[in-house]
Design a binder for this molecule. Structure first.
Ligand code: M6R
Length: 362
């Protein structure tokens, strides 16, 4: 049942405020963050490895920033198909974390099995609680996204981010990197997020118009810095997956090291940049694109839009949110750009060619 939507993907995008609110309810009590038993003693963790595929991998890349910056835990992130055959050494004090919507992705499961008996503990962040990955973990954290049918992962991504952020905050608290009141303040912001997300869903028109223009492009680049780098990667994956438009993402600072050669009037560049401490750097990359005739789609907030002026081809203004929560909110325009571009091109949005929802063979 598509609930009145044209596609499951549209339904699942629109469901995000509700599923995020449900997930928060499952993990938060009046006293703060509650993890399922047996919990985890973050005090003793020396290092984390995070492994996944596709969109779940980008959730891990985002989580690396959170765990390092908020909790001070060094994190290594890897793609499961590389990790499993590289068979990296796993030192004592390592917690291994696997993210998978289905919980059945063959490469991710094989990577998990490499860590079994080597890592101090195996954590997983899954949507399907009865899945192999959940069963073979010491602690499985459900994301509470509900069934996801569209091949393009949307609500599972934001719900993965939500659980990973809660976990990072728990670690930050346990390691004395954030005080209880700092965590409580951020949790209040997180509780407001479903409402903010709803407000952002109301900006669908401008995103649809932009996507309809993007639909004619053969190549699209995505740029982001810091927490927006993994979001740029996710935006490019989503676009290529369902609209079949060639899309690549780069860390903004890498532009000069090669990709800038691709810029011309036919290559739109989506710049994801809320007005945070990295904004000026990214805007200067945006100016470099504009100077070479590249049409820029700037996704930012009101302060960012005011500061960037009107040089961008299109500006999509998102509601304000705490800078640490921007990955959850900025997933939305990335998803909607891909969705509307695919609809404009008339592709099979829920069942894109050559792709399966769950990759249970290599
Ligand atoms: O079920 P999983 O989360 O392990 O799946 C991982 C990827 O196959 C998946 O995220 C894929 O990249 C999506 N189709 C992206 O939208």
């Amino acid at each position: 049942d598509k609930g009145g939507h044209k596609h499951f993907m549209a339904k699942e995008i629109a469901e995000q405020p509700v599923v995020l609110a449900n997930a928060l309810q499952a993990y938060l009590s009046d006293d703060g963050i509650v993890l399922p038993e047996p919990g985890i003693d973050f005090d003793k963790v020396e290092r984390m490895v995070m492994v996944a595929c596709g969109t779940a991998y980008y959730a891990c890349v985002t989580a690396k920033y959170w765990f390092e910056q908020l909790a001070g835990i060094p994190v290594e992130v890897d793609i499961a198909s590389e990790f499993r055959y590289r068979e990296p050494p796993i030192s004592k004090g390592t917690v291994a974390l696997f993210v998978s919507q289905s919980g059945e992705t063959a490469d991710t499961l094989a990577a998990l099995r490499h860590c079994t008996g080597r890592a101090d503990s195996i954590l997983s962040v899954v949507n399907v609680e009865s899945s192999s990955i959940a069963r073979e973990s010491d602690l499985a954290l459900p994301i509470h996204a509900g069934t996801e049918i569209g091949v393009a992962s949307t609500k599972a991504f934001t719900c993965q981010l939500n659980v990973l952020l809660l976990l990072a905050l728990r670690a930050a608290e346990a390691r004395g990197k954030m005080s209880n009141s700092e965590v409580a303040t951020l949790l209040d912001e997180l509780r407001r997020l479903p409402g903010v997300f709803n407000a952002a869903l109301g900006r669908d028109d401008i995103i649809r118009e932009t996507a309809e223009d993007l639909a004619d492009a053969h190549d699209v680049l995505f740029l982001g810095r810091g927490l927006m780098f993994p979001l740029a990667l996710e935006g490019a994956l989503k676009l290529k997956e369902i609209s079949y438009i060639h899309a690549e993402a780069y860390a903004s600072g890498e532009l000069k090291h090669g990709p800038i050669a691709l810029i011309d009037h036919a290559v739109p560049v989506v710049v994801m940049a809320p007005r945070d401490h990295l904004f000026e750097k990214t805007v200067s990359n945006m100016q470099e694109v504009i100077a070479r005739g590249g049409p820029v789609v700037l996704i930012t907030d009101a302060a960012g839009a005011a500061e960037a002026g009107d040089d961008a081809w299109r500006t999509i203004v998102m509601p304000d949110v705490d800078p640490r929560l921007t990955p959850l909110l900025y997933a939305l325009p990335a998803q909607l750009l891909a969705y509307h571009a695919a609809v404009a091109k008339g592709t099979d949005v829920d069942q894109p060619r050559n792709l399966a929802k769950s990759v249970t063979v290599e």
